[in-house]
Design a protein around this ligand. Structure first.
Ligand code: SAH
Length: 283
């Protein structure tokens, strides 16, 4: 395939009857992969979810059919089956289908379920990973999910289970003990219960927490708080989902690495927020 927007090379064809299950990244269109762009430019039909930002769809063919399959915040998942079967139907009708999902399709995105249904119905698929909000969204806020001075592990958790409740099945004690940095997806609704569980498990109330709403979009907002105060601060804020919550000292690095503020001419608030004297590289 040759196209002015793609570097020259042999790009795969999205063939009739195929579904490409594709991540759209957290919002900023520049965070799309080239495979995603290649799919967007070829698809006859694009089935996209609520977290896919509109400018990304501008790369679709002008005659492509755009189907919204959004589901937000803990609603019953009966629809999921319909979406998966709709994809099967479109593929069986010989269409070239791009299933576009926010972030990475396999990270809290039910991409695995959709892929499974497609495979069970004999539909050929390609999986195109994307930048997940829990990594890329935090990076846009100046927060590295791992840092040698902070953590050797990071845990990604969801604040909802299938019923829309806090995941009762999660062992918050083990998570609190096992991972210095905890990144919570879909955590806004149940942050009071989640932060309480982490505190009960021994995490420090003064531990830094960052909340990044609408990360990587022009509407990005960041709240810096602590584990003890985060539930109240979120409740008092005007932040609305989607938001990613980062618990742990990694959040402090934003004081040095808020690169968007730096680009706007601000001085770093603190070049050494972890108080290590020198960057890890120079020690
Ligand atoms: N597959 C997606 C996650 C889907 S679950 C991914 O890999 O990113 C939906 C949750 O993702 C939201 O509730 C929020 O916690 C997070 N999220 C997705 N996009 C986001 C964004 N632009 N800003 C902040 N959080 C986001």
């Amino acid at each position: 395939m040759s196209d002015s927007h793609l570097p020259t090379g042999a790009w795969p064809d999205l063939q009739p009857g195929w579904v490409w299950l594709c991540g759209a990244g957290p919002g900023d269109p520049g965070l799309l992969t080239l495979h995603a762009l290649n799919g967007l430019k070829q698809a006859d039909v694009i089935v996209y979810d609520a977290l896919v930002q509109k400018p990304i769809l501008d790369w679709a063919r002008p005659d492509a059919e755009l189907i919204y399959a959004g589901k937000r915040g803990g609603k019953p998942s009966a629809l999921q089956k319909d979406i998966s079967l709709h994809l099967v139907e479109l593929a069986k009708a010989g269409r070239r289908v791009l299933r576009l999902k926010g972030g990475d399709p396999f990270v809290f995105g039910r991409g695995g379920e959709e892929a499974q249904t497609l495979v069970q119905h004999g539909v050929p698929i390609r999986i195109i990973p994307g930048i997940s909000a829990g990594i890329g969204g935090l990076a846009y806020a100046g927060i590295p999910v791992t840092h040698r001075d902070v953590n050797q592990a990071v845990t990604f958790v969801t604040g909802h289970d299938q019923s829309g409740q806090t995941p009762a099945s999660l062992d918050w004690g083990a998570i609190a003990r096992g991972s210095q940095v905890i990144v919570i997806y879909m955590g806004m609704k149940h942050i009071a219960r989640i932060s309480e569980a982490l505190l009960e498990a021994g995490r420090d109330p003064s531990e830094p927490v960052a909340v990044v709403a609408n990360a990587t979009t022009p509407r990005q907002q960041v709240l810096e708080t602590t584990l003890g105060r985060c539930a109240a601060d979120i409740a008092a804020s005007d932040f609305t989902p989607p938001a990613i919550i980062c618990v742990g000292r990694a959040a402090l690095l934003r004081q040095a690495l808020d690169w968007q503020a730096l680009a706007d001419g601000a001085a770093p608030r603190d070049v050494d927020p972890l108080e290590r004297g020198k960057p890890a590289e120079e020690r």
